[in-house]
Design a protein around this ligand. Structure first.
Ligand code: 5RP
Length: 231
């Protein structure tokens, strides 16, 4: 089986958690896309749910799958949010934002009664940090913010922190759905992820980090050994 098959297997396990009339948060990325496609099959079989998308891409996919979309402000309750991740550790801490949707993903994950993470087992790590940490920043005077991010990381002990503005294939820099830039911070190891999250979020100009700490209720990982559930 390929990594994509495992992503679909994790998504299928999460799809079983969906009940009629739920309001769902729909994540972004290839694993979330499997969940949307599987949910669409159930909707075509008569299941009624409504969903809040975490990106323009997800909104398009969900609409094509026949899933009713609601504006986040119209959804007084989000019963279940399901999303992928770039890295997951044994404490259900995550790095997200590889697809550039981290801000909306974090808003919806935080608002949901239950946040379920789906991934292929290769995303599980003993310690976060090998995947470059995405940080969403305001475009205004972004050079000052980049400098402040670098200085904060150096102060935390990341002497060789490599902070890069995410590039785009269609323009000089990647721009998120919210109109912001994304920095990718190559830190290699993150022994104290909450401390990094706090320090970065204290910088004016930083909108959000891709560290999801204390948000995931359940992590579903699929790999050659089968489906593993944490939480
Ligand atoms: C998007 C994300 C994605 O969930 C993350 O990048 C994982 O993507 P994929 O499911 O394609 O591996 O955080 O911002």
């Amino acid at each position: 089986m390929s990594a994509d098959d495992f992503k679909r297997a994790a998504a299928a396990a999460a799809a079983q958690l969906v009940e009629p009339d739920m309001v769902l948060g729909l994540g972004t990325g290839s694993t979330a896309a499997h969940f949307i496609s599987l949910l669409g099959e159930r909707v075509r079989d008569g299941l009624y749910v409504a969903a809040v998308p975490t990106s323009e891409d997800t909104a398009k996919r969900a609409a094509l799958a026949g899933i009713e979309l609601v504006e986040p402000d119209e959804a007084t309750i989000i019963d279940l949010a399901v999303d992928g991740a770039d890295e997951v550790d044994g404490r259900k801490q995550l790095i997200k934002g590889g697809g550039g949707a981290l801000l909306r993903e974090k808003i919806i994950a935080n608002a949901a009664r239950r946040f379920v993470v789906i991934a292929d087992a290769s995303k599980k790590v003993a310690e976060l940090g090998a995947f470059p940490l995405p940080v969403e920043i305001d475009r205004f005077s972004y050079g000052l913010t980049v400098r402040a991010v670098r200085e904060a990381l150096i102060a935390l002990g990341f002497a060789d922190a490599d902070v890069r503005l995410r590039a785009s294939t269609v323009g000089p820099a990647f721009i998120s759905d919210g109109g912001n830039f994304i920095l990718d911070c190559r830190l290699k190891r993150l022994p104290d992820a909450p401390a990094v999250d706090r320090a970065l979020k204290a910088i004016p100009g930083v909108v959000e980090t891709g560290l999801f700490i204390g948000l995931a209720d359940v992590v579903i990982l699929a790999g050659p050994a089968g489906v593993e559930r944490i939480g």
